[in-house]
Structure formats: C-alpha cells, structure tokens
Design a protein around this ligand. Structure first.
Ligand code: NAD
Length: 478
C-alpha cells in the first residue's frame, strides 16, 4: 500500500468531513447535527486467552454510533491494526447505510486486533468465544440491542461461534439466533447472505446502468456488457462482485489487486480460477495466467471503465487520487477514498458510487436474516407450493385453449419451467435485495439531479440518510 501522506485526515475525520459537507446543505439545528455526528459510545476490552502454554492478551472494540433505532447493527472485523478511530468511523457509516436502505437499525461496528492468519481454527474459536463472552456480558451482542455480522477477516464460521456462545449464556432466549447475522444456514443463517454484499454491488451497477444520464455523466456509454473492471481485494465482497459481473453481466475483469500484488489480463481474468489459486497458494504470486506484478497499488491507476476497491480504507488518497483513470468508482469497501481524494476526484468529474450505498447489500440481507430468526420460519415456506399450484392452473388453462384452437401455438418448455417454479428463500432474498438497491439509488439520484447544490452521489446519500436519522430523532422528541 502506498504511504498515506501525513496531512491526510484519519478515516473517522474523513467520514466527519463528508458528513459536514452534507449537513452544510441541510437545515438542522446545531444541537441535532452534533447529536447525529458523534459516536455514542465505544467499549474497549482487553482479555486474556490461554494459548500455546501461556496467556495472550487481545484488544477488542465495539462502538455504538447511533441508537435512534435498536438494535444497532454492524460487522466485527479481525485485523492486526484495528483501532478505535477506525471502528468509530465504520460505526458511523453503518448508521447512514442502514438509514439509506431502510434497514431499521442504528449503527455499530466491532473490531479485534488480531491477524487471523497467525492462529489455527481451534485457537480462533477460543479467542472468538472469549471476545463474545465479554461483549454479551454488556449487552453489546443481543438480539434486541446489538447484532453483529461478518466483516474483514471474519465470516460465517466466526458468526456460528458467536451465536453458539450467546446461546450458552442465554439458554432460555427463544430469539437467541437473532443475536448475530451472517451465520451458516444450518446455524440459523439465510440463503444468499454470504454473496449479499457482492451481489449488492452488482445490483447497484445494474441500477446505475439503467440511467443513460448517469452513464453519460461518467463519460461511459452502452451497457455493463464488455466493460473493463479492476477489483482490489478478492475476499468475500470482491470475489462475489467480480464473479457475478464477469459470469452474468459480460464484464471483463482486467485486473485483480491482492495483498501481494496484482494480476492483469486485458482479455479478462477467470475469477473462479484465480480465487481457487489464492485459496491454495495464499496469494496471487505465481499465478500462471495474465501477468503478475508485485506492485499492486500502481494497478489502481491503470485505465479501466469501473474501479471496485473491495479491500481496505484509504487506498485512494492524496498520494494517488490525481492518477486514478477510472471514470466510475464503486466503493465496495468501506472508506476506500479519503476525504481529500474525494475532492480531487469530484473535481476531475469521476463518478463515485459511495460505500454507504454500494456495499449495503450485506446489511440488507442481514436484516432479512434477523427477521427470519425472529419469525422462526424460512421465507417462502408458506407460499411457495400455493404459488406453484396457482401458476399450474394458468398453464393448464392456456394449454386447454391451445388444444381447442388446434395447437396453433404452444407454451415453450423454458417459459413453463420458469413460470411454474415458486420462489424459494434465495429468490426472495435476491428480489428483496434488488428492490432495496434500486429504491435507495433512486432516492440518492433524486437529490443528485434535483438539487443544484448537490454535485455528487456521496453528498446525496448523506443528505438522504441524515434526513431520515434526523426525522427519527425528532419523532422521539429529541
Ligand atoms: P475479506 O477479509 O473477506 O477480504 C478482504 C480481501 O482484501 C482479502 O482477499 C485480502 O487478502 C485483501 N487485501 C487485504 N489487504 C490488501 C491490500 N493491501 N491490497 C489488496 N488487497 C488486500 O473482507 P470482506 O468482508 O470482503 O470486506 C472487504 C471490505 O468490504 C471491507 O472494507 C469491509 O468493511 C467491507 N464490507 C464487507 C461486508 C461483508 O458483508 N463482508 C459488508 C459491507 C462492507
């Protein structure tokens, strides 16, 4: 990663600067503005775990940014350099993100200072359970108070341990499964959660490309098909986004940047094959297709149509913003562009689909999972067969008419197969996610195009979400 210049604001300062830019265009009382901006509380815990014949001490955080709605929601990340400032910035983004996509939660985020690659599975389980114990004790994990989810360095395995630990400590809580989302299916998860953030990135791009005016603003034309895409980070979010865009939408993934360098191939990278290589070899080094360079960050500056940073915050900063050539950037990661870089890019006319919208697919499907856990029934279980039998009635009737007209026309087998299948959980989750991403984009777009003083999608996103949080505080009489 290129060194961040000294005068670069921190991640939290960047979020505050972007917040300030938006509220300057709003008519909020200074008191309410301050109430929304500040982070309500951050809990820091240091706990010991007996490992490898000694006691190791770990530091973890859980930050609650806003409780205008409860539970509060936000992932837990495992990374060696997690710190309070970062967790607070991420918690604030969660507040705005949930408001933007109308997920009924306040914002929170957690972090554990650990490099998960330094520990084996059993050790990680011990550490996760102990961290969970510390948070559950203080209701910082709780189905109606605070519901974590996966983030960088964590996934469904960790979420299953968290859920189990909560259940052990709350044996009579019938809603225990709703204490965390992103769980595996057999531990109360929901179909489509693992892919959700990447899927949301895809749906965000689908919606963007439905608006010729927006495509033109980015200096692009046509459809998604054939667009050259550079992705940074082939983890949960980046992998799914790259996979869906290349396999379903005809995009060419011309470069993938990972922690040990980048692979480039102007003809398009086989995402599944590269993902498999990284899983086996621990990085992209030695990948036999395309060309591999150890200087990954320089590849952010390569020409492409769409740049998708899906790894870390602050990767596009004052040091490289002026060299970025992509006309359209989709912030799949949280905070990949610093406030200073954001100014430079806006000035250049780069269109940025902001993080609070672009990666909201994860929290959206987490919301569905939480609802599923509280309702104790899988989505579609009651309706699916009934829907199928009603569709069967229509098909039977059409075939009867066709018969009576001497079979001058027939229904195609493909139509029949698609039409007759009732929606299962995965179809419903995808439909709910698609709807959410479309509506949220349209709400940002209305502000972006409708107000002369709003020049970019990020400011529009902040205006929409801060407006909703403010309305919620006002309704509470604050
Ligand atoms: P992950 O741990 O699954 O993947 C991160 C990937 O980035 C890994 O492949 C890692 O090797 C790579 N990486 C790390 N350092 C890098 C570097 N210096 N250069 C290039 N690549 C590097 O994490 P994730 O869950 O995919 O999260 C990625 C981003 O998306 C984070 O900003 C996270 O906050 C955000 N996000 C995640 C979710 C989710 O549901 N997982 C939801 C919303 C937002």
């Amino acid at each position: 990663m290129s060194a961040t210049p000294i005068h670069e604001p921190s991640f939290r300062e960047s979020v505050d600067l972007m917040f300030n830019r938006a509220v300057a265009l709003m008519d909020l009382s200074p008191g309410l503005e301050e109430k929304i901006r500040v982070c309500n509380a951050t809990y820091t815990v240091r706990f010991g775990v007996r490992l490898r014949g000694g006691i190791q001490t770990f530091t973890g955080y859980r930050s609650v940014h806003s409780e205008h709605m409860e539970p509060v929601k936000g992932g837990i990340r495992y990374a060696p350099n997690v710190h309070q400032d970062e967790v607070e910035a991420l918690a604030a983004l969660m507040t705005y993100k949930c408001a933007l996509v109308e997920a009924p939660f306040g914002g929170s985020k957690g972090g554990l200072r650990i490099n998960p690659r330094d520990y084996d599975e059993h050790e990680l389980e011990l550490i996760t359970r102990r961290f969970t114990y510390e948070l559950v004790k203080r209701d910082l994990i709780h189905p109606s108070q605070n519901v974590p989810a996966p983030d960088m360095g964590t996934g469904e395995r960790e979420m299953a341990w968290i859920a189990d630990q909560y259940r052990r400590m709350n044996t009579t809580d019938i809603n225990a499964a709703a204490c965390v989302t992103g769980k595996p299916i057999n531990a109360g998860g929901i179909q489509g959660r693992t892919e959700a953030t990447g899927r949301g990135v895809q749906y965000a791009l689908h919606e963007f490309f439905r608006h010729p005016e927006d495509i033109a603003k980015a200096g692009l034309s046509g459809k998604l098909d054939g667009k050259r895409v550079i992705v940074q980070g082939l983890g949960n979010v980046g992998y799914h986004a790259a996979k869906f865009l290349s396999e379903e939408d005809g995009c060419r993934i011309t470069a993938v940047i990972e922690r040990d360098g980048a692979v480039t191939d102007p003809n398009g990278i086989d995402v599944e094959d590269l993902h498999q290589w990284i899983a086996t070899n621990g990085g992209i080094t030695g990948y036999p297709h395309g060309s591999v360079t150890p200087n990954g960050n320089a590849v952010l500056e390569e020409p492409c149509d769409i740049l998708i940073p899906a790894a870390l915050e602050g990767v596009i900063n004052l040091g490289n913003a002026h060299k970025i050539q992509a006309p359209l950037i989709v912030e799949a990661a949280n905070g990949p562009i610093t406030a200073g870089a954001d100014d430079i890019l806006r000035e250049k006319g780069t269109i940025i689909i902001p993080d609070m919208y672009a990666n909201a697919g994860g929290v959206t499907v987490s919301y569905f999972e939480w609802v599923k856990n509280l309702s104790h029934i899988r989505f579609g279980r009651m309706q699916r067969r009934q829907e199928e039998s009603r569709h069967q009635l229509v098909v039977d009737e059409l075939e009867r008419i066709s018969e009576s007209l001497g079979k001058t026309w027939t229904l195609s087998p493909d139509f029949k197969q698609k039409y007759l299948r009732g929606a299962g959980e995965l179809e419903l989750v995808r439909s709910g996610l698609d709807d959410t991403m479309r509506i949220a984009y349209q709400s940002m777009r209305e502000v972006w195009h409708g107000r002369g003083d709003v020049k970019d999608l990020r400011t529009a996103a902040y205006l929409v979400s801060i407006g909703k949080v403010a309305a919620s505080y006002r309704a509470k009489g604050l």
